[in-house]
Design a binder for this molecule. Sequence first.
Ligand code: 5GP
Ligand code: ZN
Length: 136
Amino acid sequence: MEDCVFCKIASGKIPAAKVYEDSNVMAFLDIMPANKGHCLIVPKKHYETLLEVPDEDLSLLIKTAKKVAKALSLSVGNGAFNLVMNNGKEAGQLVSHAHLHVIPRFKSDRLRLKWSHQKYMENEMKEFQEKIKKFL
Ligand code: 5GP
Ligand code: ZN
């Protein structure tokens, strides 16, 4: 993927502040962090969203996220972190190369990842339950 910024980082064409790397996965500091220490966990191969990532790469990705979250807690953090993945434009994905965010959290940080809540109408919850179950 010639225009993909994470592919360019994977191939060494552009630099990144890497904290971890193996043959399948890399982790580096987000250039515009939500909190300082915010890391991105990225498969070296180009996949667009979670749905395209093969299970083997996915398990390596989540294991790396856990390792990095632990290292973040021991270094800049205090054990609290958000693990976030944006999938698709409407979900806020800006870089179309699948990645996980590990964001350290602090007591008085201003970061807001909470959403407002909706309510189901009568029977609607059952309808959604049935719709989803059909595809599983
Ligand atoms: P998304 O919104 O796609 O889930 O998140 C993409 C993230 O990639 C953003 O938080 C953005 O700051 C980060 N990012 C974009 N370009 C670069 C870059 O060239 N280097 C690094 N280290 N991070 C980047
Ligand atoms: Zn890519």
